[in-house]
Design a protein around this ligand. Structure first.
Ligand SMILES: *Cc1c(COP(=O)(O)O)cnc(C)c1O
Length: 456
């Protein structure tokens, strides 16, 4: 029998919420992150059923396990079909090793998967209640454009995006600053973590209650759940489900929202042997694995995989709660998780920029496949895992490494390393010539607050 899912806060200082409430609030009232109190179960026959289905059908079948009490199947199907109107290619590299390209959406990064469905779910609920909302979001490059594009033109939602002025590529910036309408973009004189800190502060500032703020960062549960779907899709397309074959996923990680989606799929019953988590030189998590003590990196380090320049992953509290521990919003561990078990399930590795560049070159020379810096870090992480766990490299072992952005978003790096100018995906053609609109702000909360009060 279906038991309805409630969402608790990782800080455990507030009541549980239903999905609609958790989605529209974003952050829990006690500043914790929402997590499902239990997960729906998927079994072999569920997975076997998906093996010939399109991506949006896999997404629908999985989404309804979470949402069947919140939203009618016909409505949900419509939202999911509309959100996922692009391809999800899974490319064989060699033996049973694959790359899944999550870069075919409108902003050419995997963040489209979560943002597009979350935007449609929010709009659905807000329209029902005849309410409006102001979304604040901090971005290190790809979230902002995915959120801005996903919410662009929606009636009940306004969006403000903050990005660190010097840390996004010009194409990433243009995917945000050329939209206008209900979208405002702020270039902050600071780092990604500063952007995130301003957003977090605004959420807990009662002077701003009238603005009806919500978040669209990877902390929103409405982004996390859709990020479990493509793991299930990848498995259904590549694995022998009847034999319960297990799979290894490699995930280039910054805020750990992507890999949290994978962990949810695994806890739902997907047969995963191991997750490889590849960070860039922001190695606070790999160091935590090694030493058992967690320390954020302030300020975060600038690497070429810029969307992973995160010194304290905002989903860390979720990872810790999944392993029986508790971490507050400042990154302080209030109760230790089972670190031993975490180490067994998840291989965490830091990939240097040098290694990332070597991997872009190596994969191109060996397999004629173009990876961008984030996907290259993921692939490099998988190869490191093969050194440490040689059986993972067996020819028969199924592995899927996630390519999280399109190479054309990082043309300078690609050109420099392999001498090729990656072709733009259709969604990005013409972008270079479009006119931009954005505001510049200093990294100061009072200034940001005034800006919000003046404009909304
Ligand atoms: C955001 C992003 C990541 C990191 O994902 P998290 O969910 O924050 O771990 C990796 N690659 C690209 C291209 C991204 O945009």
């Amino acid at each position: 029998m279906f038991q309805s899912i409630s969402y608790y806060s990782t800080n455990h200082k507030t009541e549980t919420a239903g999905f609609r409430e958790a989605l529209l609030k974003g952050l829990a009232p006690d500043n914790g992150l929402y997590m499902p109190d239990h997960l729906p179960h998927i079994d072999t026959s569920f997975i076997r059923n998906l093996s010939r289905k399109d991506y949006h059908e896999t997404a629908f079948e999985t989404a309804r396990l979470f949402l069947r009490e919140e939203i009618k199947d016909t409505d949900l199907y419509g939202l999911v079909q509309d959100a996922y109107d692009f391809e999800v290619p899974i490319e064989n590299i060699y033996e049973r090793k694959y790359i899944m390209r999550l870069d075919q959406g409108p902003t050419a990064s995997f963040k489209d998967f979560a943002a597009r469905l979350m935007g449609r779910l929010m709009q659905h609920f807000l329209a029902q209640e005849n309410r409006n909302m102001l979304i604040l979001t901090a971005t290190s490059g790809d979230t902002g454009s995915a959120i801005a594009n996903a919410f662009y033109g929606l009636d009940n939602i306004q969006v403000v995006v903050l990005y660190p002025e010097k840390e996004v590529t010009s194409r990433q910036r243009k995917q945000m600053t050329t939209l206008r309408k209900n979208i405002r973009i702020i270039a902050l004189n600071g780092k990604f973590d500063d952007c995130q800190a301003l957003v977090k502060k605004a959420f807990s500032d009662h002077d701003l209650d009238d603005l009806n703020l919500s978040s669209a960062n990877s902390i929103n549960i409405g982004r996390l759940i859709p990020q479990s779907f493509y793991y299930i899709y990848a498995y259904s397309r590549t694995a022998n489900a009847d034999e319960q074959e297990n799979i290894i996923f490699s995930v280039p990680s910054g805020n750990f929202g992507n890999v949290m989606g994978g962990l949810l799929a695994w806890k739902m019953g997907l047969p995963v042997r191991r997750f490889v988590v590849a960070t860039n030189e922001n190695d606070e998590v790999p160091v935590y694995w090694q030493t058992g003590s967690y320390k954020s990196i302030v300020p975060s380090r600038n690497c070429i995989s810029s969307a992973m320049n995160v010194g304290h992953p905002s989903n860390m509290a979720r990872l810790v709660t999944l392993y029986g521990g508790m971490m507050d919003e400042t990154g302080k561990i209030m109760k230790d998780p089972d670190v031993e078990q975490m180490r067994r399930d998840i291989f965490a590795i830091s990939i240097s920029d040098k290694k990332t560049i070597e991997t872009i070159a190596g994969v191109y020379n060996k397999h004629k496949v173009i990876l961008e810096p984030h996907g290259a870090a993921g692939w490099a992480g998988l190869l490191e895992d093969f050194r440490v766990h040689p059986r993972d490299a067996d020819p028969g072992q199924l592995c899927v490494s996630l390519e999280t952005a399109h190479p054309a978003k990082f043309p300078d790096e690609i050109r420099r390393v392999i001498g090729i100018d990656p072709e733009l995906p259709p969604s990005m053609k013409g972008l270079d010539q479009m006119e931009e609109t954005y505001d510049k702000l200093d990294n100061n909360y009072e200034i940001f607050k005034e800006y919000l009060k003046d404009n909304y």
